[in-house]
Design a protein around this ligand. Structure first.
Ligand code: ADP
Ligand code: 5GP
Length: 197
């Protein structure tokens, strides 16, 4: 049931980008667990296969390319892109974002740079945050240690990383995730600024 507080709260759209393996998921999980802010995740849709431990409706809505394209053609996505060339499609469901904003929540979109540009074109007051690695070597180490990609997928992610980092000027906030605790404190400081704005 909606409380007075939730109905008077201003809904917001937060866009978080950064190369795969930089630590977006790790930082955001901590932020969600802290429960300091009225955050809600936007579960994206994708045509990629689930990784071990990933659940439908929790990590992504996993769907076939046919279903994805049909839903895209019906206008169900706020944005959708092939994030890695020749790879899977990823997209943000319009309904999730609209519902969250209506409820006064802060909906977090963990999306790539193309997606971020598309969202800002449609929602100019979206808050954009870029998480950068301390170096490309550190990024490679993290991706390797995570061990969730094949060699080929890892190389695709590394190839994309430099071009994503080169576009980080587009974002209102930029956080370097070197020491996790320091990066987390910076993220919390950004959230507090958002809460005041
Ligand atoms: P993303 O969601 O951006 O793809 P993850 O949150 O899955 O990245 O992080 C990738 C890997 O890097 C994970 O194994 C995570 O534990 C690790 N990691 C995250 N932040 C740091 C950090 N500051 N220093 C070292 N390792 C980190
Ligand atoms: P992964 O396959 O590692 O889960 O995601 C790869 C990248 O796809 C992520 O780093 C994220 O930036 C991007 N991504 C995930 N969901 C979406 C989405 O809905 N839209 C867009 N544009 N990118 C997404």
């Amino acid at each position: 049931m909606a409380t007075t507080e939730s109905t008077s709260r201003r809904g917001r759209v937060l866009v978080v980008s950064g190369p795969s393996g930089v630590g977006k998921g790790t930082l955001l999980k901590r932020l969600f667990d802290s429960a300091e802010f009225p955050l809600r995740t936007s579960v994206s849709a994708t045509t990629r296969a689930p990784r071990v431990g990933e659940e439908n409706g929790v990590h992504y809505w996993f769907m076939t390319r046919e279903e994805f394209v049909a839903r895209r053609d019906r206008g169900e996505f706020l944005e959708s892109f092939e994030v890695y060339e020749g790879g899977a499609l990823y997209g943000t469901l319009r309904k999730t974002v609209e519902e969250s904003v209506r409820l006064g929540d802060w909906v977090v979109l963990e999306i790539d740079v193309k997606g971020a540009r598309s969202v800002v074109a449609q929602i100019p007051d979206a808050v954009t945050i870029f998480i950068a690695p301390p170096s490309l070597d550190a990024l490679r180490e993290r991706l390797t240690a995570r061990g969730t990609e094949t060699r080929e997928e890892l190389e695709k992610r590394m190839a994309q990383a430099s071009s994503e980092i080169a576009q980080s000027d587009f974002y209102r906030y930029r956080i370097i995730n070197d020491d996790l605790d320091v990066a987390y404190e910076e993220l919390v400081a950004v959230m507090r600024e958002v809460a005041r704005s």
